[in-house]
Design a protein around this ligand. Structure first.
Ligand code: ADP
Length: 321
């Protein structure tokens, strides 16, 4: 193998830059040429490919976002789009590809491998942490810390005014962020898609706690919560109990900012292991970390199998609330 490509695709996550850096620096040290493909699969379809050297990745380890940009590329979901992308791969003599993203990105990578045989290694980069095959995804730790910082601030004002807040954090299908942030932020209630919420019982609990003297109440809710978004839940509680909640939706700030040390370290490990994996003839797999070990999972398994929230953490959240 002489030349590899690297791209970031789908939702951006803090630490993607650290992963790009690790891929580029490892590849160069191993005597490989590296090209960066811009805007995810869009750059592969439209030949937006640039050579990378040591300096292309200088001074980016601490930056959020991705210097290669990212996009959603509908063309790549079609056989014709992937054929165009394959021509670009051939023209640029790319012999292996590292894709950094979430399960959508891995779908594309897997089909591309199946159709054209290009060895592809996936690196899990998404704040949601919802990928089977790794304990943590790159970006999750940063997102949790950003949300935690915001919640601490909201708690100050909630306490001073003796108010009740519902804070919505990211997590379209899973409650990983909500659960960790809720426990670490001392939330009174944590609402996640994995666990059915009984709004009447919740309203009763909060009402009784307020009567018993609790001065502030913080509910953390994942955006994919089955009962609806934070506004819908606030509305339902008000209808049942008359209690009014302030709603804060943290939104995209959870995706920005400098990656934490944990995300940088994970990105460094997975980035360099992805290059070694290509050199060792691995293909169609995601590189992840489980315990202290580097593990490889078939790309297809990253979405056919699901990672569930840790029941012990759910129990802990109930115990400490
Ligand atoms: P994420 O990787 O964060 O889950 P997306 O779901 O938006 O983000 O996927 C990123 C990109 O991966 C899509 O824009 C598309 O180019 C490609 N992709 C997603 N699903 C498929 C699919 N079923 N077939 C081919 N490519 C796909």
């Amino acid at each position: 193998m002489k030349k590899i490509g690297v791209l970031t695709s789908g939702g951006d996550a803090p630490g993607m830059n650290a992963a790009i850096r690790a891929v580029v620096r490892t590849a160069l040290k191993e005597g490989l040429e590296v090209v960066g493909i811009e805007r995810g699969y869009t750059g592969l379809v439209y030949d937006e490919v640039r050579p990378m050297n040591r300096h292309s990745v200088s001074n980016i380890i601490q930056r959020g976002g991705t210097i290669l940009k990212t996009s959603r590329c509908d063309e790549f979901k079609t056989p014709k789009g992937r054929e165009d992308a394959w021509k670009v791969v051939e023209q640029n003599e790319i012999e292996g590809l590292v894709t950094i993203g979430g399960d959508g990105t891995f779908h594309g990578a897997h089909f591309f491998y199946e159709e054209f045989g290009l060895p592809v290694i996936g690196i899990p980069g998404t704040i949601d942490n919802d990928l089977y095959g790794t304990d943590y995804t790159i970006g999750f730790d940063t997102a949790v810390n950003i949300a935690l910082d915001a919640i601490d601030k909201i708690r100050d004002t909630a306490d001073s005014h003796e108010r009740m807040f519902i804070v919505e954090v990211m997590g379209r299908h899973t409650g990983f962020i909500a659960l960790d942030v809720g426990i670490a932020g001392g939330a009174e209630e944590i609402l996640i898609p994995e666990i059915k919420t009984d709004i009447s019982a919740l309203a009763d609990r909060i009402y009784n706690e307020r009567k018993a003297g609790k001065s502030s109440t913080l509910i953390i809710c994942a955006e994919g919560e089955e009962e609806g978004n934070a506004f819908a839940i606030a509305h339902k509680i008000k209808r049942i109990s008359g209690m009014a909640f302030k709603v804060v939706v943290l939104g995209h700030i959870q995706r920005g900012g400098a990656p934490t040390y944990r995300d940088r370290l994970l990105a460094g490990k997975l980035g360099s292991e992805a290059v070694f994996a290509l050199q060792n003839g691995q293909k169609d797999v995601m590189v992840g970390e489980s315990g202290d070990k580097i593990v490889f999972t078939d790309l297809q398994e990253t979405w056919t199998k699901s990672k569930t929230v840790d029941q012990k953490l759910v129990n802990l959240s109930l115990l400490l609330a």
